[in-house]
Design a protein around this ligand. Structure first.
Ligand code: SAH
Length: 216
């Protein structure tokens, strides 16, 4: 990724007071959160708030997650750097950029055309080259690129789709929100052969995962 030092101090403060202060210890995650220029991924009207401790609208009724949640999920994936990751819900592309620094390859799916276009432009401008984007319905995963060492969901299904679990490599982890609006929990599902172990991590509030594609 191209270096971008603009608003570096705000990012350093964000990591110190919102992320490290709440217990995130993975040095690679903290470093990625310090490096990725989050303000480029939010609409210009929200740019001054880019490093605040809450989610922000990104258009099309969607949101970019609170920085702490992005860091928490990245840490929960237990990445070492050599993984292939599937992300469902590219949105602004911010989390995609964070993951691109933590793994070998990132495959990211988004169902809203307008968001994917914007994310693509920003990721290209940052010269991030280990990411592949696709306009598709994430409920089906990305069969041609499976198996994945890690899968991350940025939108909440009622239940974790079994098609996605089948695209996990043995030992692979899926981290994502699950459940109806107002009663979602973040879970990590680890694959051991045909056995799937589920851990509950946090109460969360994500946009719902939806079927089909959308232009806007
Ligand atoms: N991680 C993103 C968060 C985006 S919000 C960021 O950093 O900005 C969640 C995104 O999931 C939305 O853009 C929404 O359109 C997308 N989404 C919801 N259901 C989907 C599906 N079935 N397939 C692909 N993307 C989906």
């Amino acid at each position: 990724m191209k270096a971008d030092n603009e608003r570096q101090q705000e990012r350093d403060f964000m990591v110190r007071f919102q992320i490290a202060a709440r217990g995130i210890r993975d040095k690679r995650v903290l470093d990625a959160m310090r490096r990725v220029p989050r303000h480029l991924f939010v609409p210009s009207s929200y740019r001054v708030e880019a490093y605040e401790d809450y989610p922000l609208p990104i258009g099309s009724g969607q949101t970019i997650s609170q920085p702490f949640i992005v860091a928490f999920m990245a840490e929960a994936l237990l990445l070492k750097g050599d993984e292939r990751i599937l992300e469902i819900g590219t949105g602004s592309g911010y989390q995609t950029a964070i993951l691109s620094l933590l793994a070998k390859e990132v495959y990211s799916i988004e169902r809203i055309d307008a968001l994917l276009d914007r994310a693509r432009t920003i990721l290209e401008s940052l010269e991030i080259t280990n990411v592949e984007l696709r306009l598709a319905d994430g409920f089906y995963g990305w069969e041609e690129k499976a198996p994945f060492d890690a899968i991350i969901l940025s939108a909440a299904p009622f239940d974790i789709p079994s098609l996605l679990l089948q695209q996990l490599a043995d030992g692979g982890r899926l981290v994502g929100p699950v459940g109806p609006l107002g009663a979602q929990t973040l879970v990590r599902v680890t694959r051991h052969g045909q056995h799937f172990e589920t851990e509950t991590l946090l109460d969360v509030a994500f946009v719902p995962m939806r079927s089909g594609l959308s232009k806007v």
